[in-house]
Write a protein that binds this ligand. Structure first.
Ligand code: KG4
Ligand code: ZN
Length: 351
């Protein structure tokens, strides 16, 4: 199948065209075209995503990116077999822009439109790799770490999930963004904190200046909590007074160590309990090199545990993962291609 996909759940407007073949257990994807416009710079001024601005920018950019992706692939709309569109979770005004655009195209081209859960997109995001296609060995354990979500999920077969733990307050990416803001760094904060932390690591700093908590690291469940860590950063800065460049680097490193310790410890405990064959980590925060390495090392502690993370460009929001999830949903339930139901944005759906 040739699938056109549309993603507008947050501040990335993205479209892709994917050639999708194979089965639920061994899908084969070839990326034909990819167009993405990040609004991050526009939102930076507000210190986070501003929904009305996101909506306006999606509406403005969707037709431009559609022309771009069609031109890139040299495909006529007649070649498209299905349109996959994110319907949630995310910002509802932003989600509606993608859904309305997808349904209008579907009608015009007489092509079915398939709704996709954004988090399912993050789960399947490692399946397409520039050099080779991957497949998951089930059961999988997936840790999802994005700007809106932090959860541990067990999946015994494709597209079936049980959430075993999640954050009780802030998501990990959100915590990165808020800590960055307190340190005077621009939005999105994740990459900025990483850059500073890396400088401290390159200097050989070993973390004596600051000590941040590792919230819920020893609790018996698989839940997380990051709002206390955010407050600890606030107090540390307040008690210290003006931060020098080196203070910020050291604080960034301690912050990154603290969050990595927690997510690695919880994931290790979940691997021991659920014994998955594959560990998947998805969501924007897994673009982080330090965290990628930490999980690669964790997976090596277990024999016969495959490790699967998306390429960096497919870690943060994109439309390629939406096309992959759309295709898998079609394989699982081909009747969705015949559905006449109007798609509705659902800001809070879970897996
Ligand atoms: O998955 P994503 O693109 O959007 C959501 O679905 O939320 O995740 C965005 C989040 C932001 O909070 C951003 O700061 C974080 O991912 N992020 C990072 C890095 N790149 C993006 N966090 C840590 N290190 C990074 N390199
Ligand atoms: Zn996302």
């Amino acid at each position: 199948m040739i699938i056109l996909s549309i993603e507008t759940s947050c501040d990335e407007t993205a479209l892709s065209i994917l050639d999708a073949r194979g089965t639920l257990l061994r899908p084969r994807f070839t990326l034909l075209g990819n167009a993405l416009y990040s609004q991050a710079k526009l939102h930076a001024e507000y210190g986070g995503v501003f929904p009305t601005l996101a909506k306006r920018e999606h509406i403005r950019n969707l037709p431009i990116l559609l022309d771009k992706v069609l031109a890139e692939t040299n495909l006529s709309p007649a070649k498209i077999d299905a349109i996959a569109v994110t319907y949630g979770p995310g910002l509802e005004p932003a989600l509606w822009t993608g859904i309305t655009f997808a349904e209008r195209l579907g009608k015009e081209w007489n092509v079915p439109v398939v709704p996709v859960n954004h988090m399912e997109g993050h789960v399947v995001s490692p399946l397409l790799n520039k050099t080779k296609n991957l497949s998951f060995h089930y059961p999988i354990l997936a840790l999802l770490i994005s700007g809106g979500h932090t959860e541990l999920v067990v999946s015994k077969k494709p597209l079936s999930y049980s959430v075993i733990g999640k954050t009780r307050d802030d998501a990990l990416g959100e915590c990165y963004d808020k800590a960055a803001r307190m340190m005077g760094l621009p939005y999105p904060g994740g990459p900025e904190i990483y850059k500073l932390a890396q400088k401290a690591r390159d200097r050989g700093y070993h973390g004596v200046q600051w000590k941040l908590p590792r919230p819920m690291i020893y609790t018996k469940d698989f839940d997380f909590s990051f709002s206390g860590l955010k407050t600890a950063v606030l107090y540390a800065i307040r008690d210290h007074g003006t931060l020098t460049a080196q203070d910020k680097e050291n604080l960034a490193k301690e912050f990154e160590d603290a969050v990595t310790d927690v997510i690695v410890a919880k994931t290790r405990k979940a691997i021991m309990q659920y014994k998955p064959r594959t560990l998947v980590v998805g969501g924007g925060v897994i673009a982080n090199t330090f965290i990628r390495t930490a999980f690669a090392n964790l997976s090596k502690e277990f024999t016969d545990l495959a490790f699967s993370i998306p390429e960096r460009e497919l870690a943060t929001d994109n439309a390629v993962m939406i096309a992959m999830a759309g295709y898998l949903n079609i394989l699982k339930k081909p009747s969705i291609l015949k559905s006449k139901k109007k798609i509705k944005a659902s800001g809070n759906i879970s897996l």
